[in-house]
Design a protein around this ligand. Sequence first.
Ligand SMILES: *Cc1c(COP(=O)(O)O)cnc(C)c1O
Length: 471
Amino acid sequence: MQYKSTRGATEARSFSQVLLMGLAPDGGLMMPATYPQVDAELLAKWRQLSYAELAFEIMSLFIDDIDRDDLRAMLARTYTQEVFGSADITPVRALKDGILVQELSNGPTLAFKDMAMQFLGQVFEYVLARENQVLNILGATSGDTGSAAEYAMRGKQGINVFMLSPEGKMSAFQRAQMYSLADENIHNIAVRGLFDDCQDIVKGVQADAEFKEQYAIGTVNSINWARIVAQVVYYFKGYFAATQSNDEQVSFCVPSGNFGNVCAGHIARQMGLPIGRLIVATNENDVLDEFFKTGAYRPRTSEHTFITSSPSMDISKASNFERFIFDLVGRDSEQVKVLWAEVNAGKGFDLGFMLDKIQGEYGFASGKSTHQNRLDTMKAVYAAGDGFVDPHTADGIKVARELRLDGETIVCLETALATKFDATVHEALGSDVQIPRPAALAGLEDLPQYVIEIANDVAVVKDIIRTAVKI
Ligand SMILES: *Cc1c(COP(=O)(O)O)cnc(C)c1O
């Protein structure tokens, strides 16, 4: 499988080359040249497979420059009961009203990003060793991404992680989760400043091309293609869990921010998985809801992004959205370039004339959920005896309930566990409810923490990297 850029000016690359890339050199995103197609016979065969075996069948269609047995072994090591809490890996449960919830948050950091990041840790280590390279991952996090990256990369050969977080701005649980890691290759750096300051430091380090090259600085952000392809797998798994036969259709409802999760659903649908609708759920930051309702894409700046109680969806410029638009305009790179010139000029674009195609041929629908909606949904789910859901998943359930058609099977993707966002869950359900937490994480907040506190200064971060990476 060859990969090409949505902007058309980057030469074709293989999976292993794309793996370590951020943006394509032409500013676009890398995409598979074609979508492998599945038919009824293949689906019938795949229905019987374990998660790791299914992952191998799907991902090996996109990955042809890694030895097949090695890929199979890597996936068998990644998707285990030990790491994800059950043999099913992504079990599906039914709410009383028949909406299904697919649990993607039973990995080490209790958020769906583990699903892909755990694979990324394995495949990075493998490819780096093969190419005799090292990688120093520098990132900024306000919570979920940073911890998922650290738990995926801890103890991996040839990889260091330098993760910047804003001092005092994460929940006690999130801090404990990251800072309690004692692995030598994990470096937690708390910056006296805000998340935006952390991001500016990352940009500042990367702007020094010589340093970036000398210290092999890379990232693991949401545009990484390997993360997307790993996420395609659980749409198939969810489909099989929700159906008896491959004649049935299933719709998915996806709490969305950077459009990475639902982009994987779009790819599964393009491969021929019988997905009815792909329902995009947003919070108050409703840029994507506006697009899927009207065809107008009006991204906003960070000053115009609301801080909400489903913080991992506080995004107003969805970094993977260009991948869908590329398909929508018939993979015409010239068209994508024109549209993103408008985006970069702060104007956005209007594809209202394509709305039939967006909603019909591509099956997209959308809805939005506010703070009050998510509190009400958490309360209703709990009162019905359906237990706990986190604020992001609550946004998805709210939208699914609103949009559900007669006879439609909807799988809501659970993107985090309630215990990760306990303050909002307590606000909804009362301060005296006991929010369940996996036994392995009991007492997490009492563990010793390893974190360096620094001023908001690029030079200090470079010094930390120089000291840790002796070259
Ligand atoms: C990252 C995240 C999302 C958004 O996923 P995207 O791939 O960015 O659309 C939703 N919920 C939770 C809990 C997350 O961590």
